[in-house]
Design a protein around this ligand. Structure first.
Ligand SMILES: *[C@@H]1O[C@H](CO)[C@@H](O)[C@H](O)[C@H]1NC(C)=O
Length: 386
């Protein structure tokens, strides 16, 4: 008879080996372990090294001008609350929104008017939306990860800022700082054309703590929140996992949320009370960062081919490249649709990081056939014919 202790040890070995095979191996594969990078769409491109560390790009479709929420690669290594980089002493004081016009290659760093809090801008997600009453006026919604006033607090004192501007203007005029306990770990935002309301993702269930740390292992504490500046904020849908980018279909009330851990997109429908109901999911091989819907209704996603390199190497030292990918998700009208493949996921762009490093935002101008890519700590804006 074997001793009880060695039986228990043997059982543990079997349990650990099984959980590795069943759980951790697929997870590590999703994070890029063993993935082979197969370049596509990365040969007919130009680069704009003046525009670095732009976590989010939004296209203004009528003019073809893009808006970018930018920082410096160096400061991102200190202050990126979404990935627990919380050294406020190293945070940037020069974050900015820029416009870039591909027709003229003109870069405009927008100046800020009327923002008097003195608490600065630490930029992350963004949306730019034409006003319902005047298509020339634009509302700019920005996630702002302020440093906490109380130095002993762990995590950012995050808010969502609303600015307004107009087409061709070089100024952002402050409208409102929206602060609320529901805006806890904001990542990205979808703004509405009233200039007063938005949905946003919380990427975790808390700013710090043990539960936040283990969310990685399929613990669903992320959410989407809704705010209206006259009515306050509320949770629109809870118990989501690894929320990242959020986008809205241009013509209806469908909202898409990306998962940056297991990959995939959750499709939600906005209800009359602005809560969201999950209606479908689309699986992807790659963890996803930001999303964008093009004019034809195709959904674009920044895919993360090698998440371990992106998070642990590139975010630590942005000069070390991380592979990047751009995925296009469309309704499947091909033969596969008969067999339940409702959506088609195409890898339109992939690069080992030499050209496009650490990309977190992929946006397509379908009229002008231009693909724009940038990232949280990326060294440059990349523009490819696609
Ligand atoms: C909403 O529009 C998108 C295209 O932007 C389409 O794919 C989707 O099916 C529409 N949703 C509904 C509920 O009609």
């Amino acid at each position: 008879m074997p001793r009880t202790s060695s039986v228990i040890a043997g059982v543990w070995v079997v349990v650990l080996a099984a959980s590795y095979q069943i759980y951790f191996r697929p997870l590590l594969a999703k994070f890029g372990v063993g993935r082979v990078i197969t370049p596509v769409g990365n040969t007919d491109c130009t680069t704009i090294p003046e525009l670095k560390a732009c976590e989010k790009i939004v296209l203004h479709q009528p003019t073809g001008v893009i808006y970018l929420a930018c920082s410096t690669p160096e400061s991102r290594t200190h202050w990126t609350p979404a990935v627990d980089r919380l050294n406020a002493a190293g945070m940037s004081t020069t974050d900015y929104v820029a416009t870039f016009d591909p027709k003229t290659s003109k870069i405009t760093k927008l100046s800020i008017a009327g923002y008097t809090s003195g608490r600065g801008l630490a930029l992350h997600g963004m949306d730019v939306v034409p006003s319902a009453s005047d298509a020339n006026e634009l509302f700019v919604y920005l996630v702002n990860h302020r440093r906490p006033l109380d130095a002993s607090a762990v995590g950012a004192d995050s808010v969502i800022e609303i600015f307004r501007t107009s087409i061709g203007s070089s100024t952002l005029t402050h409208v409102k700082t929206v602060e609320d306990p529901v805006i806890d770990t904001p990542n990205d935002v979808v703004g509405y054309s009233d200039g007063k309301s938005f949905h946003f993702t919380n990427d975790h269930g808390s700013k710090s703590g043990f539960l936040r740390t283990i969310e990685l292992f399929d613990i669903s504490r992320a959410s989407v929140g809704y705010c209206h500046i006259d009515e306050g904020c509320k949770i629109a849908v809870a118990n989501m996992h690894a929320n990242n980018g959020i986008a809205k279909a241009p013509q209806n009330d469908t909202i898409y949320v990306a998962n940056c851990n297991r990959g995939g997109v959750t499709i939600l429908e906005k209800q009359l009370d602005n809560t969201l109901v999950r209606t479908d999911t689309i699986a992807t091989d790659y963890p996803l960062d930001n999303l964008a819907v093009d004019e034809n209704g195709a959904l674009w996603a920044a895919g993360i081919p090698d998440a371990l390199t992106t998070v642990f190497t590139h975010f630590q030292n942005p000069s070390i490249p991380a592979p990047s990918a751009g995925l296009r998700i469309t309704l499947n009208f091909g033969p596969g649709s008969f067999y339940g493949e409702k959506y088609k996921v195409d890898k339109v762009f992939e690069d080992d990081g030499t050209l496009a490093s650490g990309v977190t935002t992929v946006v397509y101008d379908s009229q002008r056939k231009r693909l724009f890519l940038n990232g949280l700590a990326s060294p440059q804006l990349v523009i490819c014919k696609a």
